[in-house]
Ligand binder design. Structure first.
Ligand code: GRG
Length: 318
């Protein structure tokens, strides 16, 4: 697919995800939420949290993760799109919550993201925290609503398996674990560890790889794996796709490190600071090539949107 055709298709597909997000945005005013908020309405601004959540979700992300989920579902022959949609929303809610919390003063302390004020910069720190909490819970509430659209017991099991995968990859064995390691690594200056055998090991590489795999790749894995599971992929296929998804996620982070290389403090743990620019570019190409190879085993064509999306993610300049 040539670049122009791809970008046009991307705009169209991301537009569909945006429309879905908009149609399902929690009501800031309106019947159900107003009823829930009624005892406080006019006394406390109980709906401020939904306003902050919607502000965060509607602020123009690329929607890469729901797109990966949708494309994988199609690649694996998924048929019931009604059980897929709740997961497209859930994945973007989790991604958005992670950005909102990452921007908080206690973490990265960023005032701007995607060219707009961050959620806490507009709504205050407490509402930055609460909007993230709200989005995380809404994600699981929404994903489980897929049960309402299951047409068989087997589909019900797929939904449960997909929710479990999402929760694992977003949690301590995934994104939260990676973010925690990233934060712990920030002030670390001595990376040497002495083993019981009396050897000295430098832990910079292992820590970096752990952070990249979990902070960034895990949610991309969740997107691809939930798409495959909902489409009915068997265990072997899911395991193989997990490898491809991990390569894509790690390549995406290396690209991010390359883009940030000029502005980053050189003590910061990044792929470029640990391995150097040349090695970073080489590994990025290998990871993305291996991922595309695996996806092609599942029938993805070289000129398909999915393969173009992966190339774009790993060659991106924004
Ligand atoms: C708070 C538990 C918790 C985790 C935060 C996402 C994250 C983990 C930190 C953000 C910092 C960062 C550079 C993460 C690497 C992954 C990355 C490049 C995220 C941005 O994803 P895009 O480019 O964002 O898909 P858009 O804006 O397009 O949605």
């Amino acid at each position: 697919m040539n670049k122009d055709a791809f970008l046009k298709e991307l705009e169209l597909k991301a537009g569909k995800i945006n429309a879905l997000l908009k149609a399902h945005a929690p009501a800031e005013e309106g019947s159900i939420d107003r009823e829930l908020a009624a005892p406080w309405h006019g006394v406390l601004n109980a709906l401020k949290v939904t306003e902050a959540m919607n502000y965060a979700v509607s602020s123009g992300g690329k929607r890469i993760r729901p797109l990966l989920c949708m494309e994988t579902f199609e690649l694996l022959g998924g048929e019931n799109g009604d059980i897929l949609k709740p997961f497209l929303l859930a994945i973007e809610y989790i991604h958005t919550y992670s950005l909102v919390h990452d921007d908080l003063p206690a973490m990265d302390n960023d005032e701007y993201r995607r060219g707009r004020k961050t959620t806490h910069a507009v709504y205050g720190e407490a509402f930055g925290i609460l909007a993230g909490d709200g989005l995380l819970n809404l994600a699981y509430e929404t994903a489980l609503s897929a049960c309402d659209f299951c047409t068989s017991e087997e589909e019900m099991y797929r939904v449960i398996d997909a929710v479990r995968t999402l929760a694992t990859k977003a949690g301590i064995r995934g994104m939260v674990g990676g973010q925690s390691a990233d934060i712990e690594s920030e002030d670390k200056t001595d990376w040497k560890r002495f083993t019981d055998e009396g050897e000295t090991v430098d832990e910079r590489e292992a820590t970096l790889l752990y952070i990249n795999e979990n902070k960034t790749a895990a949610l991309i894995e969740a997107a691809i794996l939930t798409g495959a599971i909902l489409a009915g992929a068997d265990r072997d296929a899911v395991q193989r796709l997990e490898i491809a998804a991990s390569h894509i996620g790690n390549a995406f982070q290396i690209r991010d490190d390359i883009l940030d290389a000029e502005t980053d403090d050189e003590n910061k743990l990044t792929y470029v600071s640990v391995y150097g620019m040349e090695e970073a570019v080489k590994t990025l190409g290998e990871l993305s090539g291996d991922a595309i190879q695996i996806l092609s085993e599942f029938g993805a064509k070289e000129d398909s949107f999915l393969i173009s999306l992966i190339s774009w993610m790993t060659e991106r300049t924004i």
